[in-house]
Design a protein around this ligand. Sequence first.
Ligand code: HEC
Ligand code: HEC
Ligand code: HEC
Ligand code: HEC
Ligand code: HEC
Length: 176
Amino acid sequence: MTKLLAAVIVLAAIVTASAALSQSFNVRLGATQGPVQPIAFSHKLHAGTRQMDCKYCHYGAANSQWANIPAVSTCMGCHKFVLTDKPEIVKLTSYWDRGEQVPWVKVHQLPDHVKFNHKRHVRAGLQCQQCHGPVQDMDRVYQYSSLKMGWCVSCHRQNLDNPNFPATMDCLVCHH
Ligand code: HEC
Ligand code: HEC
Ligand code: HEC
Ligand code: HEC
Ligand code: HEC
């Protein structure tokens, strides 16, 4: 019994330590600016200043496994009329005219052996910002959380009283 207790405490310490590491992940790398994108789209301008709802563009986050990246048509709903003479909007419109999507550079990428489902997390009441940080203040989105196993597990440990919650340390819950 005491051995088991000791094992649990050691595990808890490891998880806590890796969570602390996750927190400082971007600080250590100095990566508080995401990759340069083909169009200088700013979340700060749209989700911050203009207070657009995240799900206006990323509607998939509440309804499917994936949070979609919006199609050019979503942008053109406004930019057919708004700021049409600005160089970045001219560029955007040329993708639209050619019937092409914008080749956005991916920011997040879990390894293939991990399954993650947005719908389940968003419907459980988690805010986007709990995992993605203050996106509404970012000109270029960067990866805020480490996305390491310890990061997932440390939040799951805080939610053990959730009645929908599966056996959280079961490897196959997260791994294929
Ligand atoms: C007007 C549409 C729009 C709104 C509103 C919007 N986004 Fe985005 N989002 C995009 C586009 C376009 C991209 C891809 C380009 C980029 O990374 O900036 C993106 C990228 C992202 C990414 C990175 C995706 C990857 O490649 O891994 C995250 C995370 C994200 N958005 C979260 C949010 C959150 C959280 C909010 C609300 C605070 C939000 N977005 C509001 C259009 C939008
Ligand atoms: C609901 C309307 C709306 C949608 C949808 C929208 N935008 Fe905008 N966008 C605006 C407004 C309004 C501004 C001006 C914001 C400001 O200056 O305060 C703007 C500004 C911009 C700018 C800055 C232009 C400049 O040089 O000043 C770019 C680039 C841009 N949007 C790209 C996009 C892209 C790409 C999408 C789709 C992923 C998108 N927008 C979706 C309303 C929208
Ligand atoms: C529990 C943590 C968590 C929450 C809450 C969350 N995300 Fe994510 N998000 C992730 C992870 C992890 C990934 C990487 C998924 C992958 O690579 O398979 C991701 C990836 C994304 C992407 C890239 C496309 C994709 O699906 O891989 C976008 C866009 C995004 N999130 C937007 C949002 C928005 C908008 C919200 C809120 C409505 C949100 N996320 C809520 C953890 C979260
Ligand atoms: C901020 C807290 C938080 C983080 C971070 C988080 N989760 Fe979760 N996760 C939850 C909650 C809460 C639930 C229970 C959802 C419900 O009630 O249906 C859950 C449920 C799950 C489930 C079971 C439901 C399903 O989708 O089949 C899986 C699998 C899962 N998470 C994987 C992950 C992975 C993988 C990561 C890391 C990449 C992660 N989670 C990060 C809070 C989190
Ligand atoms: C809550 C979700 C979750 C659970 C539960 C989970 N993992 Fe993971 N695991 C991840 C994520 C996310 C990654 C990818 C990021 C990383 O390498 O830390 C990962 C990575 C790994 C890796 C590293 C692979 C590599 O490329 O280095 C191994 C090995 C692993 N997990 C084994 C396990 C085992 C064994 C269990 C059961 C005791 C388990 N995992 C339970 C989410 C989870």
